[in-house]
Design a binder for this molecule. Sequence first.
Ligand code: SAM
Length: 267
Amino acid sequence: MADLYATIKELDPGVKERLADVLEKRAADSRQREMLHSYLSEIDFPPAARVLEIGCGTGGVTRTLANWPGVCEAVGLDPSAVFLSKARELGSAIPNLSFEQGDGRSLPFNDKSFDVVIVHTTLCHVPDPAGLAAEAYRVLRPKGCLAIFDGDYATATIARGDSDPLEACIHAFRDGFVHDKWLVRRLPVLIQSCGFDVQPMRSHGYVEAGRGSYLLTWIDRGADLLVQTGAIGEEKAEALKVEARRRSDNNHWFGHIAFASLLATKP
Ligand SMILES: C[S@@+](CC[C@H](N)C(=O)[O-])C[C@H]1O[C@@H](n2cnc3c(N)ncnc32)[C@H](O)[C@@H]1O
């Protein structure tokens, strides 16, 4: 099954609205914000920095960038008009924030026009990630910084034991929402081959123990995909969603995924 984010422009508006809600839920999650702040704090933003987020979705990360110390202007780019309309609405009170429609593999910006480029949970959705990294290189000024943050999706699990039936939803979610679940493991070599000086990659663990949160949306979306592919019927999908809520309501939920951040400099 193709990654839904990779084919975002072809999805029906209702699906995009639901994805927009999920992106905002994730942006508001305290652990997700902690990981974002952790790697942004390692970036040396020059004074009056001009910053680009490629694949900004509804703009949660771009809004943080616009308010980050030293940032003079934050621009978010995304192929989806539905996401951008939401991003503009949510960011309307932030004066140094703007959004552009476009594809990260052919950016509508001049050479050497940004100090920092951020790619946050987007690169794993893009066929030809090297093409996107090459464009980031082109629009960065010399000494500019590229920061990539992504899920190491092959590590994702909600299983509490062998043959946990809910794990099938996690696998279905990965198949339907992630173009390349192994991307993080090739990232340093890929970014270096585009001409960047690469710093050591950092790992960030995301754990939900007790109550479920963002990973419950994976169960719902994974179960729906299993119905769409004909693997299970509606009743079974509903039962899987109920089981996930039961665990969460009883404080027995467990979910984990490792994320990774990579900073690289244009020489
Ligand atoms: C999981 S979302 C992340 C959104 C945002 N960075 C965040 O963390 O809230 C992935 C985003 O990548 C965008 N995307 C997909 N293909 C893209 C491409 N070729 N160039 C730029 N963005 C793309 C999608 O439209 C979607 O908004």
